[in-house]
Design a protein around this ligand. Sequence first.
Ligand code: IPE
Ligand code: IPE
Ligand code: MG
Length: 247
Amino acid sequence: MIEQTGRLPRHIAIIMDGNGRWAGRRGEPRAVGHQAGAGRVRDITTACARKGIEYLTLYALSAENYIRRPAPEIDALMELLRQYTIDERPTLMENDIRFRIIGRLEELPAGVIEECRNTERLTAGNNSRNLSIAVNYGGRAEIADAARALAAKARAGMLNPDEIDEEMVGRHVYTAGMPDVDLLIRTAGEHRISNFLLWQAWYAELYITDVLWPDFDEEELDRAIRDYTRRTRKFGAVVNDSEGHKG
Ligand code: IPE
Ligand code: IPE
Ligand code: MG
C-alpha cells in the first residue's frame, strides 16, 4: 500500500481559515473578510477543475462556528452562502462540477436550504469534478449520524451488526462514494483539524500555510500540490528508503 505519490491528489480538502484576521489587518469588520474569502472559493474551484483534481471539499462553517459565533456574523455568512450557491451555477455547469453540501444543512435557514438543494439538483448529473462545501459540519456529528443510521438499519432487520466494518461505515458518512482525502490544506497557520473530516482524513497528507484564506491563490495551491507530490505515503507500512525519502 506504499505510494510514492509523484502524482496529483484525487481529493483535496481545505480548511479555509483566516478571513477574520485578513479583515482585522485592514481595519474592516469580519464580514468583509468572509466576502473576500467567498471570492477565493471560485478561483480555487476552477483552478482545481483545470488541474484535474476530481474532488475538492471546502470547510466553510463548522458546527461549532454555527452555535458559537455572534448572530450577525452567522447571518452574514448565511447570506453569502445563499448568494454563492445561486451565482456559481453557470461556473459549476461549464466546468462539469457536481456540487454538494455536507453537514447538517437541515438546521440552516429555509432560504439557504432551498438554494443549496437547487444547486445540488441542477449539478447532480455532472461527473468529472466534485465540489463539496462543508457547512454546519462536524466530524464527530457525522460519525454519530452514521452510527445512528446503522443502528436504525440493524433494528429494522436490514443488517446484521456483526457485519459492520470500516467499508460499511464509510458508506454511511456524508461523503459516501467519494475517495478519502489525499491532501488536507489549512490556511492561516493554525496546526489543528477543528473537527473536519475526521473519518476521511485518516491518512491525509497535511499542508499548513500562514497565508490567510482571502490571499490563497493559484500559486499557493500549486505550492501545496507540489509539496504533496514529493511525499511518500506509507499507510503504516515500512519504506525501503534507498531514495532518501523522509521516513
Ligand atoms: C474562517 O475564517 C471562516 C470561518 C470559520 C467561517 P475565520 O472567521 O475563522 O477567521 P479568523 O480565524 O478569525 O482569522
Ligand atoms: C475552522 O476554523 C472552521 C472553518 C475554517 C470553517 P475556525 O477558525 O473556526 O477554527 P478554530 O476555532 O480556530 O479551531
Ligand atoms: Mg479561524
